[in-house]
Design a protein around this ligand. Sequence first.
Ligand SMILES: [Zn+2]
Length: 288
Amino acid sequence: MPELPEVETVVRTLAPHVLHRTILSMTEVKPCRVPESLPCRVVAGYTVAEVFRRGKFITARLAKEGSEDLFWVTHLRMTGSLMAYEGKDREKEAANPGKYTRCVVELGARPGESATEGCRVLFNDVRTFGRIFLGNSAALENWSSWKKLGPEPLTMGEEAFARAIRGRRNIKTVLMDQHVIAGIGNIYADESLFAAGIHPARTADSLSEDDKKRLYRELVRLLLLSIQECGSSIRDYHDANGNVGAFQNHFMVYGRGGELCQLCGARLKKIVLNGRGTVYCPRCQKKR
Ligand SMILES: [Zn+2]
């Protein structure tokens, strides 16, 4: 599943295509809106004023003269992708809605462009777990998946992080809890715990202040490095231009169960924590 760096990369590659364009139509080809969402037709006539990330959500703020802002929020889940085709690129084969297309958004020319210019965004999703929400800011703040989102790891700071990491659950599960911190999944939980030398099955309460701060610094370092590398491309992940990321080449533990640790040479172990495959080095990440 795309995590913070991958979603950030999609936001950064999607924004230049859609910003300041007006939505001509949004069509739900296959059901993908959450029950709390407004119907797709309401966003016609709105202009994309801002594109940003919150946790693993790709969010566009839509504005229209005399109307309150609306929000178009996409969660890619397992295999979803947003692909943007601008101008002549809309004539490409891939720009046609296909078997896995669930939503099509047509955007018009920007002021000053010829009327034939425009952009098409496809929400494609093989496994169909992805979701779209449309609504005003009050509805967004009330949406269950959004309102309980924890703070953003890149900006919360190590003090707030250290306070948030607590309880008797294992640290891996706490890191991945979107209500505690937003945006972390299996990849960056396993990689940051390895980088900080912390066993993934330790309880959050058992970590010292130093452990927590070291974990925070490693987590931030890896997230920023991954954003720089345009994310990790495993499974179907690619950005809004169809390009893949390169952070998978930096993986020390994720997906490497049974291989040798690149730091110490011990054999990496794979266990299951809270239903999630977890890889760690039994020598570098001592349980204590
Ligand atoms: Zn090791």
